[in-house]
Ligand binder design. Structure first.
Ligand code: SF4
Length: 80
């Protein structure tokens, strides 16, 4: 029985292949709404602006990181 080929298009998320998240950051423009902290407090924190928690386990919270990025009203959360 022939092995099914993977559809490369199905693996694309945000224009990149869905690989493990190795880096999360917040670009300039955060409006300090706090939504990312509510969505994923294990990875995001607030001082005056949203920030990424040092040493956070990105892979354990991958879905919540993606949800926070999609939900961010300023669209400044990035990951790769
Ligand atoms: S959700 Fe976006 S705008 Fe709101 S605090 Fe987090 S990074 Fe800032």
């Amino acid at each position: 029985m022939a092995e099914l080929e993977k559809d490369p298009a199905a693996e694309l998320i945000h224009g990149k292949r869905d690989l493990a998240i190795t880096r999360v950051w917040i670009e300039e423009g955060c409006i300090s709404c706090g939504l990312c902290v509510i969505t994923c407090p294990q990875v995001f924190a607030m001082t005056e602006l949203g920030e990424v928690v040092a040493g956070a386990d990105f892979n354990a919270h991958e879905e919540m990181i993606k949800e926070a990025a999609i939900s961010c009203p300023a669209n400044v959360i990035r990951y790769e």
